[in-house]
Design a protein around this ligand. Sequence first.
Ligand code: LMR
Length: 401
Amino acid sequence: MALPSLARVPAPPDPILGLAEAARADTRNGKINLSSGVFVDETGTTPVLPSVTEAERRILAAGRSKLYRPIDGEASFRDAVRDLVFTPEHEVVRSGRVAVSQTPGGTGGLRVAADFIRQTGGGGTIWMSQPTWPNHPQLFSLAGFRIREYPYTDPIGRRIDEGALLAALGEASPGDVVLLHGSCHNPTGVDPSPELWRKIGDLVEARRLLPLVDFAYQGFGDGLREDADWMDGLLRPGLELLVSTSYSKSFALYNERVGALFLVAGSTAEAAAAQSHVKIAIRSNYSNPPSHGGDIVATILADPALRALWEIELAAMRARIKANRAALVEAITARGIPGDWEPIATQRGMFALLGLSPEQVARLREEHAVYVVGRGRINVAGFTAATFGPFADALGAVLAG
Ligand code: LMR
């Protein structure tokens, strides 16, 4: 009887990955899995990108060793992803106030960020959008944060409630952390306008808050630079912030666990000092990053031809998601299902929120073998031509009561 008593009580399955497991185990014909954010092509599979295959061939041919990597990853990876996120011309890069760490996926980057903030005496409180990615509250509360929510959209998740958002953040105290989704908001697919980003930036500056930007979907919205438009409003001289990125989606490297944490400090010296604490957070969690995914990303970004190929592949994934959005709205409206569906066609990224009740979500799963997350978050990148119609039929049935 040595385990803590709570360990004897089963925990609920993960709201996203647990659902994906349940979907995999479902033996019904015609099941539709729209749970975790994974891109599928028209055959319903998640291919390895040709740019990745070529990079892997080169890495294998180079016969690198399996030695430990630096705690914060190789400089070649760190510089390449820094330029991808900020561009070499950006003030924060030119002034040398960005420090970068390779992390095990975006989730790893968020956890390192959380530990870094807590261990340097910062923010006991983190503000996150309501709704947000279900792993956000779990991750930050287990890292010791107090969670506060700021309202984000109207109740069905279609339009940002700017007044409510700004009013809530106006209550934040100096040093509080504000978690923001850089683009392709998860779960709503609704992003702030450039004007709203500027207002958020003003508020962050005035109230001396620390932004943490979760930027997991760069390139899945409107383009690599277009999706980084949050920077124009939020970043300003002297402003310090953290950014966590993921290469699971943009390079389809889901199981390689590769991401990065960027720390933008007030000066080069302060960035270096802060990075020394980030390295302690990494060392005490997982010591140093796995190498393969980072090597793939660095190889692709360093070679102009491979990078051009990857950008074409990324654009194709983006175009397919946009086409899926249009096809989904068409399938729903063709059936005359009452609701405000049109905005879904022009949202950004992998997700849309249908604004369903828990009962409706359960009926989708139990009666129609359709798997959606939370209040009806769907992975729009998970449809094939064959599934729009059956999905819309199932949706119509549960909404009809
Ligand atoms: C999602 O939100 O479905 C993805 O980010 C996958 C995950 O780790 O939850």
